[in-house]
Design a protein around this ligand. Structure first.
Ligand code: IPE
Ligand code: IPE
Ligand code: MG
Length: 241
């Protein structure tokens, strides 16, 4: 399918990759098996979105709340993330040719130093990518993101670099992990849950929501098409008439 098959494409799609655990449970497998399958779906849908011409796509991989999970599950998710990055590094030339810019959203202070090094490397190596912004939210929390933006503004105010009256929406946006990227147009959440779970709170102010009962490891290109088709029909008013 090509981009022209849709009359209107969202500029920014956000995906909450949920339901890995339930997918595994249904099969009598450990939760980590669900994460392995989910990571494959992530690769598939990320590539597909790029092929369709989606300019910004953000995948929720690990939340600031997900640290509360069993240690072995957290370790498995981080290991999968590391594997993906190593693979992405090996395929760097291909990504550069496709114009992919890889970015990571979230608080980096708790990320393992080796992993962080790989993240920094990939961000720098793809920084010139102009076609697809592929964001991965890792140790991301919308409240944490706003909190660190407020702290940095407060520091500037305390040191006299800015005054309270200078604070505006653009200043906040520029201090979010998504600085320079458009707001979310379409928020996709599979697995039957209908909540944001602390994802992109500011950026989703006017996002259209699309939910599905399909568990993330079962999510297909057809499901993604369905979300885009639903988006095409939405009447976005942004508070107007
Ligand atoms: C989403 O799947 C993956 C992460 C949160 C990292 P879950 O692991 O939340 O799967 P369920 O919701 O328990 O089925
Ligand atoms: C949201 O899923 C986080 C990610 C997909 C990374 P959760 O499974 O953590 O969300 P809740 O706990 O159901 O709200
Ligand atoms: Mg979940």
């Amino acid at each position: 399918m090509e981009a022209k098959d849709f009359s209107v494409l969202p500029r920014h799609v956000a995906v909450i990759m949920d339901g890995n655990g339930r997918w595994a449970k249904k099969r009598g497998l450990p939760r980590t098996a669900g994460h392995i399958e989910g990571a494959k779906t992530f690769r598939k849908i990320g590539e597909y979105a790029g092929d369709l011409g989606i300019r910004h796509i953000t995948f929720y991989a690990f939340s600031t709340e997900n640290w509360s999970r069993p240690e072995n599950e957290v370790a498995a998710i981080m290991r999968l993330f590391n594997e993906y990055l190593e693979e992405a590094r090996e395929r760097l030339e291909e990504s550069i040719q496709k114009g992919i810019r890889l970015r990571f959203l979230g608080d980096r202070s708790r990320i393992d130093p080796d992993l962080l090094e790989l993240m920094d490397f990939m961000e720098a190596a793809t920084a010139e990518g102009k076609k697809v912004n592929l964001n991965i939210a890792i140790n991301y929390g919308g409240q944490q993101e706003l909190l660190q933006a407020v702290q940095s503004i407060a520091e500037d105010a305390a040191s006299g670099r800015i005054s309270a009256a200078d604070v505006d929406a653009a200043m906040i946006e520029n201090r979010l992990y998504t600085a320079g990227q458009p707001p979310v147009d379409l928020m996709i959440r599979p697995s039957g849950e209908q909540r944001l779970s602390n994802f992109l709170l500011w950026q989703s102010a006017y996002a259209e929501f699309w939910y599905s009962d399909v568990l993330w490891p079962d999510f297909t290109e057809q499901d993604f098409d369905e979300a885009l088709k639903a988006y095409e029909k939405r009447n976005r008013r942004f508070g107007g008439v």
